[in-house]
Every structure is written in structure tokens, then in C-alpha cells.
Write a protein that binds this ligand. Sequence first.
Ligand code: ATR
Length: 286
Amino acid sequence: MTAKDPFTGAAVVAGVCGWPVRHSRSPRIHNYWLRRYGIDGVYVPFAIDPANAVEAFRSLSKLGIRGLNVTVPNKEHAFRAMDALDPSAERMKAVNTIVVREDGSLHGSNTDAYGFLESLRESRPGWRAETGPAVILGAGGAARAIVSGLQDAGAPEIRIANRTAARADEIAAEFGVPVKPVSWDERADALEGAALVVNATSLGMEGKPALDLALDALPKDAVVYDIVYVPLETPLLASARARGNAAVDGLGMLLHQARPGFRAWFGTDPEVDAGLRAHVLADLGK
Ligand code: ATR
């Protein structure tokens, strides 16, 4: 391989599938790492209609493709098409990372909970789930991953509030102790004694209203985490910082969830460094 050739005929091929897929940041992340580590590989977007998703997954080994990330709306289809699932995918009932094994069988995992925990540990190196209760706002796929990660990490109590109460109740029933549903109207009171609060709704995202959450009851040593990354500094994080709480933005979760797939396909555990952040941020600004 020369400096001019990003990959050769021997390149390892992986990619991301979605419908549409053009909004995906994954090609930018993985191709940055491929260049940085000088790996003979390529990571490409595949626009795959959900109606064809299972057939497409079954064809991966025939095409010699090493694996895929899976995004909306194909994660549940991927869940049903795998030969083997790891516990993270079983719990999420959704697959975001497919690895084609040497015998051609398909292994599915879900790296969102991992991405959340790793980004939290990177931003707050002393952070430990056991420290105290966590409050999660939202009950979509992201909230489910975060609840699962926090439960595995040993959070003593996880309070979950969602505008549509039934979705929070469903997650609480499914995960059991220590997950407790809280009504959306009482979300500010639920911050009492919390060690961590996570916005897992789409509120605060560019073009959406801010999350309306009074932080008065939140202890000053609690960490405030927002899964939103456009913008990086949401109104929630700005008000957390203003009162002295540590604030963590959603970019780290996006970057860290990509690591297990890269490691499995390309054989190197990639680093989330300042160069990667800058490279992805330059694209988010567009
Ligand atoms: P994802 O899978 O990415 O988490 P999602 O399933 O669409 O996406 O979830 C979005 C979350 O943001 C949900 O918790 C949603 O609340 P509902 O379950 O009531 O829809 C929440 N959300 C979106 N807009 C909201 C708003 N205006 N007020 C309160 N919550 C909102």
C-alpha cells in the first residue's frame, strides 16, 4: 500500500447500513481510524431498504464483507437475522454491530450501552455507577441502552421519566429492580439525591425545543449527561455547568460505540482522540 492508495485489492471491507444512510457519521469515524492506523481496509455506506435487509445480511459472507454497523430502521431486522447474539443485543432486542465469522455465520451485538459507559468514564475518570441513583429522561432506544448499561455497571437505583408514561413503565417492568418509573411532571423532584442525570430524549437537539428541567433539587456533585451532540452544548448542559455540575455531551457516546466493531473487523482497538473529535465535529458543523 502506498501513501496515495487508501486501500488495495486485499482490503478488509466493512460498512454501515441504513435507510436512508446518507446522514450516518460512521464512515467518517471508521475511515479516520483506518487512515490513522494505516490499515488496508475500507468502510462504506450501504443504503438497504428494510424490506431487503435480511437477504442483504445473509449475503454478507458471500460478498466477503467482514461486517456492518446497522442504523435506523434496520436494527430490529438485524436482531432477527443473526445466527448468534451477545447479551447486549438480547437485552436491546436490536443489533447495531454485525460481525461475519470465519464460517460465514453472523454475530450481532449492540454497542450503545458500551459507548455510553465508556464515554462517561473517559469524561469523568473517577465516575462509578454505584455512587448513587441515576435519573433517565426518555424511553426510546437510547434510553433503553443507557438503562441497561447503568444496571450492569451497578447503579443502585435508576429513575426513568418519559412524556409517554407507558414506555417508561415498559422499560421498568422489563429490567426490574432497580429501575423505577417516575411521572414526567415530577421529573424535577426526581433529581433529589441523584448522582447522574441523563437526557435521552431528542429535546435540546438543533431545531427542537430545550428540555425543560429545573435543576434545583440536583446535588452539585452530580454529573449531567446529554446524549444530544448537535449542538454539543445544549441548554441543559449550559445550565448544569452554570450551577457547578459536571456536564458531558453526546459526542463521546457516538464515537465510543463505534470501537467494538472496528476492533472486530480490522483487528485494532481504536482510540477516541482529539483528532477524531475534530474530524467528526467539522462534519457536524455542516
Ligand atoms: P431513540 O430511539 O433515538 O431514543 P425515540 O424512540 O424517537 O428515539 O425516542 C425519543 C425520546 O424523546 C422519547 O422518549 C420521546 O418521548 P415519547 O416516548 O413520549 O415520544 C422523547 N421526546 C421527543 N420529543 C419530546 C417532547 N417534545 N417532549 C418530551 N419528550 C420528547
